[in-house]
Design a protein around this ligand. Structure first.
Ligand code: SAH
Length: 472
């Protein structure tokens, strides 16, 4: 190990900064966040630094630094922007026994600055031992993406309850288990989802419950996460979906959720297929509801993984209502619905200043098989219609729209397996909708897009998609 990693307390300690450059400013901002007193030595200042001096946040002396100036300093940062001046300041700091960091001169440094990821009190420092700052930055990007945005809130909650948990739960091992289940279970998830007061209330209730055994049992109580998996491309999963997929004990997934997506589910999670291929339901909705409740009652974190968004033609509403009615903790995570995924990957803007001022999502597959709606409203010209589950009813749908007055030449597009590598797009006119739809029968899930914007569709060949994948 080239450098020894530590986190250093600088609260109320003096740190000497030599130089008034933009790099010095960057360091000073961090130092102020850490609560240190900054003593700045520089003949000229960046405007933003001058502001900090005027505000009284930084003590400035407008002369070159002398050895005596380092007395009592915990650390020194040198960033004059001039190699000779940097070297002189470094010598002086070292002679005064103060560890020094020189910006962009690793060979002169006693300590180096890591790349930092911050979430409230949670701080991650990344060092490549000076090998490659660019690599450190790229790692930081990956860690930034992997960590929930509200991790800081969760850490603060844990800090707030730390003493209380210590008083309530005697054994160190028991306490560790308690915290593991709290942080990784419904309490933690509520905090990460922004429901801090809910998380606090639940955590308090666990501790009020008194006996640690009971508290643990409750912290273990299962929960149901109704999660949208998007239209098929795993890159379109949300961070929250991905996190819950990696925590789940069991996943109940639909026909629309392909193996590419399931690959991201925690490896030892149990997988249950509950797909509903039309007229060949492997599980009825009642059976699915009952399974969700039964598994949550058994203390499992149940992931209900659905194609697209759970609240768009996904019956997520019914499932949510059912599990809540049975007293189970539940949360809904939105996903990119097929209309948005297909629109983007087919190059069809759903609204457009010249062609469509509104967009309507409808289904071609209703409970009673009737497409009862006000067709005159849907047949107005400057809007976009997106029809889910519309292939079989395409002929009927086109007829209704034509009778209601929509132009025969209105552009239509059919997007099959949108966002997936084997996506297929057909385009034509409303009068051909049935013929077009027949070509897609028996293929993957397909969406009908009706309206002037459909003429903007770019047909993307499988080759194009392959290239796109490689580029990413
Ligand atoms: N909740 C889902 C929709 C479920 S209904 C969502 O928000 O997307 C199922 C219908 O969605 C399919 O019949 C099809 O019309 C549409 N669909 C889902 N994924 C699709 C995809 N990748 N490409 C085209 N249509 C899709």
């Amino acid at each position: 190990m080239k450098h020894f990693p530590t986190f250093f307390t600088l609260q109320d300690r003096t740190v000497a900064v030599i130089g008034g450059s933009a790099m010095a400013l960057q360091r000073i901002r961090l130092l102020l966040q850490a609560g240190s007193r900054v003593a700045l030595f520089a003949r000229t200042l960046e405007p933003a630094l001058a502001e900090l001096v005027l505000e009284g946040a930084v003590r400035w002396q407008a002369h070159s630094v002398r050895q005596a100036n380092f007395a009592g300093a915990a650390l020194a940062f040198v960033a004059t922007g001039d190699a000779a001046e940097d070297a002189v300041a470094t010598e002086l700091a070292r002679a005064a026994g103060v560890p020094v960091n020189v910006v962009d001169r690793p060979e002169l440094c006693d300590f180096i600055m890591p790349a930092i990821v911050e979430r409230g009190p949670v701080t991650i420092g990344i060092s490549t031992g000076g090998a490659s700052p660019v690599l450190a930055r790229s790692l930081r990007g990956r860690i930034e993406a992997a960590l929930p945005a509200r991790l800081g809130a969760l850490a603060r909650l844990a800090a707030e309850f730390r003493d209380r948990a210590k008083a309530a739960i005697a054994g160190a091992t028991e306490r560790r288990r308690f915290w593991e289940t709290v942080l990784e279970g419904p309490v933690g998830e509520a905090a990460l989802a922004g429901d801090e007061s809910g998380a606090r209330r639940r955590l308090q209730a666990l501790l009020d419950g008194g006996a640690p055994a009971e508290a643990r049992a409750e912290a273990h109580a299962g929960a149901v996460y109704i999660v949208g998996a998007g239209p098929g491309d795993p890159d379109l999963l949300t961070f929250r979906a991905l996190r819950l997929m990696q925590q789940a004990d069991i996943v109940l997934y639909d026909e629309l959720v392909g193996p590419e997506i399931l690959d991201y589910v925690r490896r030892d999670a149990e997988r249950v297929y509950v797909g509903k291929i039309k007229a060949n339901h492997s599980k009825s909705q009642d059976e699915i509801n009952a399974l969700l409740v039964a598994h949550a009652r058994a203390g499992k974190r149940v992931l209900r993984l659905k194609g697209g968004d759970p609240f768009v033609f996904g019956r997520g509403g019914e499932e949510l209502e059912y599990v809540r009615r049975h007293g189970i903790e539940a949360m809904v995570v939105p996903g990119i619905t097929a209309a948005l995924g297909c629109a983007a990957s087919a190059g069809i803007p759903l609204t457009h200043r010249d062609h469509a001022s509104s967009v309507t999502f409808l289904t071609g597959h209703t409970r009673d098989g009737e497409l009862a709606t006000d067709w005159r409203v849907l047949a107005r010209p400057d809007q976009t219609l997106v029809v889910y589950m519309g292939l079989s009813a395409a002929g009927k749908l086109a007829a209704k729209l034509l009778v209601a007055g929509l132009d025969r030449a209105t552009p239509v597009a059919i997007v099959e397996r949108g966002t997936r590598p084997d996506q297929k797009i057909s385009t034509g006119a409303l009068s051909d909708l049935k013929t077009l739809a027949d070509r897609h029968q028996g293929g993957g899930p397909a969406l009908l897009i009706i309206g002037k914007v459909a003429a903007l569709a770019k047909s993307q060949s499988p080759e194009f998609n392959a290239l796109l994948k490689e580029a990413v």
